[in-house]
Design a protein around this ligand. Structure first.
Ligand code: UD1
Ligand code: CA
Length: 465
C-alpha cells in the first residue's frame, strides 16, 4: 500500500473534485427593481436569458442534479431551464426559504449543495472548481462562500471574517456603519455540505430589516453549531448581481467585452470590436473577418474565412467558408449560406439555402427557398412565400439566372440553368434551361419625348406664390 503526504493528498484532491455536488439555482424573485412584466431571470444578456448562463456553466462543471427555484406562474422560466427540474416557491420569503423548497427534490442526494442565483450569470467554471477544491481539503470548512471585492460594495451583503475564518454575513440593510465599511462582499454563491444544509436552513429566522429568511444566516448558524466556514474569492465582473435595467446594461457590456476578446483570441478579425455584438452561443471559425456594426443574434455559426462586412444583422444562420455577407445584409433563422456564396446589400434571407457559389447581391427577399449552386438572383427579386395563410417553397436550380425585379410566387420551381426576364411574375414552374417572360412587350414612339416637352413648356403656368 502507498501513502501520500498530506500536501500531496490536498493537491490531488484540489485537482479532482470528487464530492458529488448538486446545485440549487434561485430564480423565484419578482425582480421588482427591473420594473418588468417579464421574470427578471428571463431578461437576456448576450442573447441568452440570465438564468441559462449560470446553468450552462454549472452543468458543464458536472454539477448534478440542477434544481431551479421559480416563483408561481413562472412557466416561462421552467420551460427555459428544462430539462432541469424546477420547484415552485409560492411565497417569496427570502433566499433561505427559497433554497428550502428544493429539499424534497434533493432527498436522498448525498454530497455538497451549491447555491447559485439566477441573477448572477457570469460565475465561471474555474471559480466553481476553486470552491469545490476548497471542500476537498482535509478539515475543509463545511460552508464555502464565494466572495468578491467590488469597487462600490453598495447593497451587497458583507462577509465578516475573523481569526477562524468566515464568521457571518450581514446584509447591507442590517449592517452597522463599521460593517458597511467592509469591502469583501457576498456574491450569493455558496457551497455547503448537504448533511448540514437542511437542518441549518430550518433554523433561519426572519428578524431583519426585510423580514425575510436569509440564506446568508446559514454562516452564523454553522459557526454556532461548531462548524468552520471559508471564503473563496472571485472577480467582480463574474459576480455582479443583476437587479435593475442599469445592471443589465452593465452586464451586457461585460459579456460583449469578453466575447469580442475571445473571438479575437481565436483568430477572428474585428475591425471595430466595440461595435460588434455577439450572442453567448456565436461560433466563429479562424480568419473570419467582421466589419463594423454587426449584430449576431442566437444560433449563428460562421466557418473559417467567411467575410461579414459592416452593418449586418444575423441570427439562426450558418455561413460557410469563403462566403461574403453584406454590407447591410440580414440573415434570419434557417439561413444556410453555402461555400463562396454572396449575399449583398439590403438582402434578407430566411429559412433558405444558398448553395455553393450562389449570389444574391442586391435588394432581395429570399425566404423558404433553395438557390442552387452558382445561380444568380438579380436585384430586387422577391420570393412571394406567404399567401396570408401558408408559407410555400421556391426552388431555384443550379446555375439558374433570375432577372432583376422578378417575383417568384411560391410554390414554384425554376429548373437548372433556366432564366427569368426582368420584372417577371413567375407563377408556373420553369423547365430546365427555359426562359420565363411575362412583362408587357415594349413599343417605341419616335420623337415622343421631344414633342411632349415642347407641349409642356408652351402650356406651363408659373407656380402660385
Ligand atoms: C443577495 C444576498 C446578498 C448578496 C447578493 C449578491 C441574501 C439575503 N442576500 O441579495 O448578501 O450580496 O444577493 O448578488 O441572500 N430569490 C428567490 N426567492 C426569494 C428571494 C430571492 O428565489 O424569496 C432569488 C432571486 O430570484 C435572485 C436571488 O434569489 O435570483 C437573489 O435575490 P435578490 O433579492 O436579488 O437578493 P439581493 O438583494 O441581491
Ligand atoms: Ca440580486
Amino acid at each position: 500500500m502507498h501513502f501520500m503526504s498530506p500536501a500531496k493528498m490536498a493537491a490531488v484532491a484540489a485537482a479532482e473534485p470528487t464530492i458529488p455536488t448538486a446545485a440549487v439555482v434561485l430564480a423565484a424573485g419578482e425582480g421588482t427593481r427591473m420594473k418588468s412584466k417579464l421574470p427578471k431571470v428571463m431578461h437576456a444578456v448576450a442573447g441568452r436569458p440570465l438564468v441559462q448562463h449560470a446553468l450552462t456553466t454549472l452543468s458543464a462543471e458536472g454539477l448534478s442534479p440542477l434544481v431551479v427555484v421559480v416563483g408561481p406562474g413562472m412557466e416561462q422560466v421552467a420551460a427555459a431551464v428544462a430539462p432541469h427540474k424546477t420547484v415552485v416557491q409560492n411565497d417569496r420569503k427570502g433566499t433561505g426559504h427559497a433554497v428550502l423548497q428544493a429539499k424534497d427534490v434533493l432527498n436522498g442526494f448525498e454530497g455538497d449543495v451549491l447555491i447559485a442565483f439566477g441573477d448572477t450569470p457570469f460565475v465561471t467554471a474555474a471559480t466553481v472548481a476553486k470552491m469545490r477544491a476548497a471542500r476537498q481539503l482535509p478539515n475543509a470548512p463545511k460552508v464555502i462562500v464565494l466572495g468578491f471585492t467590488p469597487p462600490h460594495p453598495g447593497d451587497y451583503g458583507r462577509l465578516i471574517v475573523g481569526a477562524d475564518g468566515l464568521e457571518r454575513i450581514v446584509e447591507a440593510k442590517d449592517a452597522t456603519p463599521e460593517e458597511r465599511a467592509v469591502r469583501l462582499c457576498n456574491s450569493g454563491i455558496m457551497l455547503v455540505d448537504g448533511k448540514i444544509l437542511w437542518p441549518l436552513l430550518a433554523d433561519v429566522g426572519a428578524h431583519n430589516a426585510k423580514g425575510e429568511y436569509y440564506l446568508t444566516d446559514v454562516v452564523g448558524l454553522a459557526r454556532k453549531a461548531g462548524y468552520t466556514c471559508g471564503v473563496v474569492e472571485g472577480e467582480t465582473d463574474e459576480l455582479m448581481g443583476i437587479n435593475s435595467r442599469a445592471d443589465l446594461a452593465k452586464a451586457e457590456a461585460v459579456a460583449q467585452e469578453q466575447l469580442r476578446r475571445a473571438a479575437m483570441d481565436n483568430g477572428v478579425t474585428l475591425q471595430a470590436p466595440e461595435t460588434v455584438f455577439f450572442s453567448a452561443d456565436t461560433k466563429l471559425g479562424r480568419d473570419v473577418q467582421i466589419g463594423p456594426f454587426v449584430v449576431f443574434g442566437p444560433g449563428v455559426t460562421v466557418d473559417d474565412g467567411a467575410v461579414i462586412k459592416g452593418f449586418c444583422h444575423i441570427e439562426g444562420a450558418h455561413i460557410s467558408s469563403g462566403a461574403v455577407i453584406g454590407p447591410h445584409a440580414r440573415l434570419r433563422p434557417g439561413a444556410e449560406i453555402g461555400p463562396d456564396a454572396h449575399v449583398g446589400n439590403f438582402v434578407e434571407i430566411k429559412n433558405a439555402t444558398l448553395e455553393a457559389g450562389a449570389k444574391v447581391n442586391h435588394l432581395s427577399y429570399v425566404g423558404d427557398a433553395r438557390v442552387g449552386a452558382k445561380a444568380n438572383v438579380g436585384a430586387g427579386t422577391i420570393t412571394a412565400n406567404y399567401d396570408g395563410f401558408n408559407k410555400s417553397h421556391t426552388d431555384i436550380g443550379v446555375g439558374a439566372s433570375i432577372g432583376s425585379n422578378t417575383v417568384l410566387v411560391a410554390p414554384v420551381k425554376i429548373g437548372d440553368g433556366a432564366m427569368t426576364g426582368a420584372g417577371a411574375v413567375v407563377t408556373k414552374d420553369v423547365p430546365a434551361n427555359g426562359l420565363a417572360i411575362n412583362s408587357a412587350r415594349q413599343e417605341n414612339k419616335t420623337d415622343f419625348a421631344a414633342k411632349y416637352r415642347e407641349l409642356k413648356r408652351a402650356t406651363k403656368t408659373k407656380p402660385p406664390r
